[in-house]
Design a protein around this ligand. Structure first.
Ligand SMILES: NC(=O)c1ccc[n+]([C@@H]2O[C@H](COP(=O)([O-])OP(=O)(O)OC[C@H]3O[C@@H](n4cnc5c(N)ncnc54)[C@H](OP(=O)(O)O)[C@@H]3O)[C@@H](O)[C@H]2O)c1
Length: 321
């Protein structure tokens, strides 16, 4: 049956009107697992994803945190210490049994260990690596089958400390530098399965990471009286060196959401609260390029370096207007 022009118009308008609410509502809530969801950045990510149409499995360790997370609509708190393989295996079973599949994994759980490299006990350095490096490795490996099945996303919370390092921050910076390599290698491996991998690099934001560091230092009961960095370590121990005016990590959560939901997520999301922290990071990366280019048989000229920079900017689209 042929329609009149008015009929065709009416049908088109109706189609658009009916499809708008359908487009705005995801067909079914995709599931995302967030590790370290009890406080700080992980808690913000959990809250944001739950309001943006996702079902969130929120990993935590204390029963009261698991219960509090489960009270958020579209969130299920699950017990998950990223250093305990049995808890990771149990989390996989829980997510599999729920039958929603798994669209995304957010490797967010992390701790900071601050101590001079020439003085730190091996056990403390191992603890740093166990949580921040082995944690993402273990959890990603355990959930990889589900993420490949969904052609999903893996997002890890890195840090500016994945690029910069200074006195006392050696343990933490080593762990976050490892997260950069983890991300690059994982992204290259997972691309053949259609799984996209990103790392979100926050600057300084409000969280419990400083108070947790201080509590652990107190619990370890180590004396820094004989330390070559006595004054600096005491400032960490008594909390004076811990910033308290940092902003809430809303922008970090937004970047994580983008990495999980955008058709073309970025590999790296630098998220900083001010120009100074961006400056610190970008200059450090450029400095490393200059250092690698310094005085050897295959060094590039300045013009060649500038041309290279132009080429990568064209490829990534990374320059401000
Ligand atoms: N805040 C910043 O300025 C900043 C900057 C750059 C990067 N980051 C990174 O952001 C991530 C989140 O840290 P945050 O700043 O939000 O600190 P936070 O408030 O202390 O949160 C850390 C989270 O990790 C969890 N966690 C610690 N050890 C764990 C383990 N073994 N297994 C599972 N979960 C564990 C904590 O759980 P419990 O409550 O049970 O201890 C908590 O949920 C970390 O990877 C951190 O390195 C933070």
């Amino acid at each position: 049956m042929r329609r009149s022009p008015a009929g065709v118009l009416l049908a088109a308008v109706l189609t658009i009107c009916l499809s708008v609410p359908l487009l705005a509502q995801p067909a079914a809530r995709q599931a995302v697992l967030v590790t370290g969801a009890s406080t700080g950045i992980g808690r913000k990510i959990t809250e944001l994803l739950a309001t943006r149409g996702y079902f969130v499995y929120a990993g935590a360790r204390k029963p009261e945190d698991i219960a509090a997370l489960s009270r958020i609509p579209n969130v299920q708190g699950i017990r998950l210490d990223v250093t305990i393989p049995a808890e990771i295996a149990a989390a996989v079973t829980t997510v599999e049994k729920a039958g929603r599949g798994l669209h995304g994994l957010v490797n967010n759980a992390g701790v900071a260990v601050i101590e001079p490299l020439i003085e730190i006990d091996e056990q403390d350095l191992a603890f740093q690596m166990d949580v921040n490096v082995m944690g993402p490795y273990r959890v990603t490996k355990a959930f990889s089958r589900m993420l490949i099945a969904s052609k999903g996303r893996i997002v890890t919370t890195g840090s500016l400390s994945g690029f910069v390092a200074g006195p006392l921050s050696g343990p933490y910076s080593m762990s976050k530098h490892a997260v950069e390599a983890f991300t690059d290698a994982l992204a290259a491996e997972m691309s053949r399965f259609g799984v996209k991998v990103s790392v979100v690099e926050p600057g300084n934001y409000k969280s419990e990471i400083g108070t947790t560091l201080q509590a652990r230092m107190r619990a370890r009961g180590k004396s820094y009286d004989a330390s070559a960095f006595q004054q600096e370590m005491k400032r960490f121990q008594d909390g004076a060196a811990l910033g308290s005016n940092d902003p809430e990590p809303d922008d970090v959560a937004e970047a994580t959401w983008h990495a999980l939901s955008d058709p073309n997520p970025k590999l790296r999301y630098l998220v900083v609260p001010n120009q100074r922290q961006a400056d610190l990071t970008i200059r450090k990366v450029l400095l490393v390029a200059a250092q690698l280019n310094q005085g050897h048989r295959y060094s590039y000229s300045r013009d060649s370096l500038v041309a290279m920079l132009d080429q990568v900017l064209t490829r990534v689209g990374g320059a401000a207007k």
